[in-house]
Write a protein that binds this ligand. Structure first.
Ligand code: SF4
Length: 345
C-alpha cells in the first residue's frame, strides 16, 4: 500500500518522486480494503510504504490493528525523517508499535537528509523494546564502495542482529534524471527463454486507490494503467475479488509463469524490453490467445504449484539474488535465528 506520495525528505534517488508539496490523497480506500479482509480470506502480509508512510501514522495504526484481527501481519517502511528529532514523536511511535515489522531505509542519498547514526539509535531503541526490524539499503551497483562501508558499519553497530535487504538504485523517479540504464530493444526471438516475473506476485494499492498487479514504479506512475495490470480499486473492490483476479487473469498467469518477453516471443514480434513488453500486452490479441493456450494446457496448474513451492523453498535470499543484490543477498537472513518472524521485504 503506497499510502501517500508526500515525504518530508528530498532524496536525489527517490524512485517514487515523492515531495512534500504534492496533494494529500484520501486514506479511506486503504482502510476500506483492509476492512474486507476476513479470517478465512486475507493476505499473509500487508506492507505500507509511500512517499513516507508515517506521515499517515494513524492510518498505519488502523491498518495494522485491523489486519492483525484477521491474521494478516503488517510491515511499514520509513525514510526515517523523524530520527532527526531527539525522541520519536508519539503518533509515530504508536504506529510503529502497532505493526509486526518495521523497516528503515538507509543509503548514501538518505544520509544527505538524515544521519546514519540517528537511524541506528532509533533501531537500537526499537530492538531493545522487542520490535522486529530490518534495513533496506541501495547502492549504484554491488561494487559501490558506499555499500561495503555502510553495511560493515551497520552490521557492527547492530551486532549482526538486523536483516539487511540490499538493492540497486533504479533509473526511476528522481534518479531517472541522472541515472541512465540504456537497454536497447531486443528481438523477441532472443528473449524466448522463460523468465517468470516475481514482481507480479503481489498487488499494489496506489495513492488513488487503484490496485495494480505489480510494484513496478513505471506502472505505478502511469496515467492509463494497462488493462491486465489493473486489478481493481480499493474504494469498491474486496480483497476476495482482488485475489481472485490476481490468480485467474490469463495474461498475468502467463507473465508469472514465463514472463512477458517469452510470451511475446510466441507471437513473433519485437520486444521493447521486459516490462516494456508487459505494458503492451493488453492490446496484443495474439499474446492474449497464447496466454490462454498456455494456462489452459493440462499440466499448467501442476507447473504453477511447483513454481510456488520453488519460490517458497528458495526463500528471501534467492529472491534478492535475482531481483536485488547477488553479492549481499544472504544479508536478509541476518539475525534469523533470534527472531520469531522472518520478514525482510
Ligand atoms: S513484467 Fe509486468 S507484471 Fe512484471 S514487473 Fe514488469 S510490468 Fe509488472
Amino acid at each position: 500500500m503506497a499510502l501517500t506520495r508526500r515525504c518530508p525528505l528530498a532524496c536525489r534517488h527517490c524512485s517514487t518522486n515523492s515531495l512534500m508539496n504534492l496533494p494529500n490523497n484520501p486514506v479511506e480506500p486503504f482502510v476500506q480494503l483492509v476492512d474486507t479482509f476476513t479470517a478465512e480470506e486475507h493476505p499473509e502480509l500487508v506492507l505500507m510504504s509511500g512517499g513516507e508512510a508515517l506521515l499517515q501514522a494513524e492510518t498505519v495504526r488502523k491498518i495494522a490493528q485491523r489486519s492483525r484481527a484477521v491474521g494478516t501481519r503488517s510491515y511499514v517502511l520509513s525514510g526515517m525523517y523523524f530520527a532527526r528529532e531527539s525522541r520519536i514523536p508519539t503518533p509515530i511511535k504508536r504506529a510503529i508499535d502497532s505493526v509486526d515489522h518495521f523497516a528503515a531505509s538507509i543509503d548514501a542519498f538518505h544520509e544527505e537528509e538524515v544521519e546514519r547514526s540517528a537511524v541506528i539509535e532509533v533501531l537500537r531503541q526499537l530492538m531493545s523494546e522487542g520490535k522486529d526490524v530490518s534495513i533496506q539499503i541501495v547502492g549504484l551497483d554491488d561494487e559501490d564502495p558506499y555499500l561495503e562501508e555502510a553495511i560493515d558499519d551497520l552490521r557492527t553497530s547492530l551486532d549482526d542482529r538486523v536483516p539487511i535487504l540490499v538493492g540497486h538504485v533504479n533509473s526511476a523517479g528522481r534518479a531517472a534524471e541522472w541515472l541512465h540504464h540504456d537497454a536497447p530493444p531486443v528481438l523477441a526471438s532472443s528473449a524466448a527463454t522463460p523468465s517468470p516475473c516475481a514482481m507480479a506476485s503481489w498487488p499494489l494499492v496506489r495513492f488513488d486507490g487503484n490496485i495494480i498487479a505489480c510494484c513496478n514504479q513505471d506502472v505505478v506512475d502511469v496515467d492509463v494503467i494497462p488493462e491486465h495490470l489493473l486489478i481493481g480499486n480499493a474504494r469498491h473492490d474486496s480483497w476476495e475479488s482482488v485475489r481472485e483476479r490476481t490468480l485467474t487473469r490469463e495474461l498475468m498467469r502467463a507473465v508469472r509463469l514465463i514472463g512477458p518477453e517469452a510470451l511475446a516471443a510466441r507471437t513473433d514480434r519485437c520486444s521493447p524490453g521486459y516490462c516494456g513488453t508487459c505494458m503492451t500486452l493488453s492490446h496484443d490479441h495474439l499474446a492474449k490467445e497464447r496466454a490462454k493456450e498456455l494456462v489452459e494446457s493440462p499440466s499448467i496448474s501442476r507447473l504453477e504449484s511447483a513454481m510456488g513451492s520453488m519460490l517458497a523453498t528458495g526463500g528471501a535470499a534467492a529472491f534478492v539474488r535475482n531481483y536485488g543484490s547477488p553479492r549481499y543477498a544472504e544479508l536478509v537472513l541476518l539475525g534469523q535465528d533470534r527472531r520469531s518472524v522472518t520478514c525482510a521485504g
